[in-house]
Design a binder for this molecule. Structure first.
Ligand code: COA
Ligand code: MG
Length: 290
């Protein structure tokens, strides 16, 4: 499944684990990193493990965000949760393809330990959280068959750079973070993978989220991360084409079918060539996600 929505759920919150399952998110990301106080990490590992083992095997994927590979915590996180058979691991603060390969090896060993089919646990990095990571975004192609998508984040990058804010006075991301967003998108697409947009932090601002998610889809992102259940339906809708868009896409495909062998056609006075056909086919493919 290509995700529209991934909901972050703090791994040590029983109430939120229950709510997350009911949220309608395509995937949950149970967090062991920034949303969990370090003193509660052992408890959170146990709760995430138990959640994974007891979950309904429905269509909602369940991923786990572990601590960074150089934190000294990641191996214990992985050892605790892989036996629960998560669908994937979200890797924060990675610095590129070599981190994916290292995590791939760790997962391979743990899958053998736990009798899980080799390669079944997927990986998605938060691919822009360190300055060095931005220089590696073109290197993800073929680094691991586990790699499912790339996503990006602006908060840890700002902290790593020593910035006091990542926003301009008008609220938009400052250039460095727009660059991170674009490079994530390009890096993912260059690797043949979907790109997932970062969070919209103000979960009460539903209009802002709607605009942000709509722009992200138009830019080429396949989905977006949510931090609150109220954001999930807005994101799912923004990443599902509406009837007018589907209708237009069908007309484009039809116009090419009617003009067998022609590389370029017209629709209502507009010139259409192969990129338009490809875009229309991509929109039609999106309607089946849910
Ligand atoms: N997943 C599942 N349930 C959630 C949730 C989430 N991410 N965020 C809120 N809820 C639940 C709450 O528990 C509450 O249900 P309850 O009354 O049964 O307890 C309900 O939704 C309404 O929540 P609300 O009161 O509006 O917010 P809150 O103050 O409980 O939580 C946050 C606000 C920001 C702390 C919370 O949304 C959160 O923890 N988000 C995820 C943070 C995270 O994982 N960050 C790391 C990645 S950036
Ligand atoms: Mg973080």
């Amino acid at each position: 499944m290509i995700f529209r929505s991934l909901l972050f759920v703090p791994g040590d919150s029983e109430r939120k684990l229950v709510k997350g399952a009911l949220s309608g998110a395509d995937a949950l990301v149970l967090d062991l990193e920034d949303a969990v106080d370090i003193a509660r990490l052992p408890l959170a590992r146990q709760m995430v493990h138990d959640y994974l083992l007891n979950r309904d095997q429905g269509t909602q994927e369940v991923w786990v965000r572990v601590n960074p590979l150089d934190s000294g915590l990641a191996l214990d996180d992985l050892a605790a949760v892989v036996r629960g058979r998560p669908d994937g691991i979200l890797l924060p603060k990675g610095s590129g393809a070599q981190d994916i390969q290292l995590l791939d090896h760790y997962l391979g060993a743990l899958e053998v330990r736990d009798g899980i089919a080799p390669g079944s646990v997927a990986i998605m990095p938060v691919a822009t959280e360190t300055p060095a990571a931005l220089f590696s975004l073109g290197n993800y192609k073929n680094c691991s068959t586990r790699l499912k998508a790339l996503t990006w984040g602006a908060e840890d990058l700002a902290a790593a750079i020593g910035a006091s804010t990542n926003r301009l006075a008008n609220g938009e991301y400052e250039f460095t973070y727009q660059l991170a967003r674009s490079l994530c998108l390009l890096g993912a697409r260059a690797a043949g993978l979907p790109a997932i947009d970062t969070i919209w932090g103000n979960f009460k601002d539903t209009t802002g989220l709607q605009n942000d998610a709509t722009l992200a889809r138009k830019a080429g992102f396949s989905g977006k991360i949510a931090i609150h259940p109220d954001q999930v339906p807005i994101i799912n809708q923004a990443f599902t084409p509406d009837e007018a868009e589907l209708q237009h896409a069908r007309q484009i495909v039809q116009a090419f079918e009617n003009a067998q062998g022609a590389g370029t056609v017209q629709l209502n006075g507009e010139m259409l060539d192969r990129p338009h056909l490809k875009q229309a086919q991509q929109i039609l493919a999106m309607q089946h996600r849910s």
